[in-house]
Design a protein around this ligand. Structure first.
Ligand SMILES: NC(=O)c1ccc[n+]([C@@H]2O[C@H](COP(=O)([O-])OP(=O)(O)OC[C@H]3O[C@@H](n4cnc5c(N)ncnc54)[C@H](O)[C@@H]3O)[C@@H](O)[C@H]2O)c1
Length: 307
């Protein structure tokens, strides 16, 4: 199978690429190295995939590059490229969010019209839920983002759905819950408010597994939560990281910011759409946050909560 991974130099995209290569697939990674965090970190993310003979990389910007050659013969496109981060999405940086989350997605969808694609998996976000009223939050909850970032991720998700309905592009969306890449290079971790807000943290290999399953199951046109299964406070996560690593987390205390939710928790499986493709759902890290942290490889991406 030939898979395209957009955002391949990013945190999740690089892990996904490695896993697809390990499974024997041909992978074309696309990324334009936005400056949200250092290019050197992204190059480091790509190192393992680049050493694989079935991997090729195209430095392309989805918004203005000609994608024809890069997408040629693709069976599955995993669209992870985007501009993450809740807090910076306010104010003048919103342009960047509309560009890399909405316009980039629309351009990619246009390009895929009429192709023989078997599946497009779009990387959505739990931030579309905003301050959802029910926890765990089911996919059927009315999305009502509380950040401009969440608005752009929801718009992109709707675009994917539109192109499924109108042009038959076989798209499915997965809504990732929070990841935290910590202790990297001793960089500070931003803690908003008192750190007692809860999040559903997800081990990246579980997110990768769920993403791959979304490409294979009979779920076109659907949306899935992909989360770790339980919530924990930001303070607790940092304390666990310190305990395990024997390193001190450098905290940068910031006031509670607009758009940051007080809590997030994905659906349990019973009755949720995820159950349709979850028969062989992994148990690799979901049950234990501690195990997830202990198994973590050298951290990638920004040392912050991306939403
Ligand atoms: N990390 C999280 O906590 C989290 C949570 C929910 C959703 N998500 C979503 O998952 C996806 C991947 O997140 P991540 O943490 O790996 O982010 P990341 O910033 O590490 O990776 C995203 C990559 O996309 C690339 N990119 C951005 N705009 C592009 C464009 N126009 N053309 C080509 N490449 C472009 C960037 O250079 C970057 O390498 C994003 O879409 C994000 O919104 C992430």
């Amino acid at each position: 199978m030939k898979a395209i991974v957009t955002g391949a130099a990013g945190f999740i995209g690089s892990h996904l690429s490695e896993r697809l290569l390990a499974d024997g697939h041909e992978v074309v990674g696309i990324d334009c190295f936005t400056d949200y965090y250092r290019r050197a970190r992204k190059e480091q993310n790509l190192e393992a995939a680049r050493s694989h003979r079935n991997f090729s990389f195209e430095e392309l910007d989805l918004v203005d590059a000609d994608l024809t050659a890069a997408l040629e013969g693709a069976d599955v496109v995993y669209h992870l490229a985007g501009q993450p981060g809740v807090r910076p999405s306010w104010g003048h940086q919103f342009d960047r969010y509309t560009r890399d989350n909405i316009i980039a997605t629309q351009r990619l969808l246009e390009q895929l019209k009429g192709s023989h694609l078997k599946r497009l998996v779009f990387a959505g976000s739990s931030s579309v839920y905003g301050d959802a009223e029910a926890f765990p939050t089911r996919e059927s909850a009315l999305p009502r983002p509380v950040s401009p970032y969440g608005v752009t991720k929801l718009a992109a998700e709707h675009l994917a759905h539109l192109y499924t309905r109108n042009f038959g592009i076989p798209a499915v969306s997965v809504r990732y819950f929070t990841f935290m890449q910590a202790l990297a290079d001793g960089e500070p971790i931003e803690v908003f408010g008192d750190g007692e807000q809860t999040r559903e943290f997800t081990y990246v290999s579980d997110a990768v597994e769920g993403t791959i399953k979304a490409a294979a199951a009979d779920v076109v046109g659907m949306v899935f939560n992909l989360g770790g299964g339980s919530r924990v406070t930001v303070n607790k996560v940092l304390a666990t990281l310190e305990e395990i690593s024997h390193l001190e987390v450098r905290r940068e205390s910031l006031p509670a910011a607009p758009g940051l939710r007080s809590t997030s928790l994905a659906s349990d499986w019973d009755g949720s759409p995820a159950s349709r493709c979850a028969k062989a759902w992994p148990s690799s890290g979901s049950g234990s946050r501690r195990a997830g942290v202990e198994r973590a490889r050298p951290p990638r991406g920004p040392a912050t909560e991306n939403g």
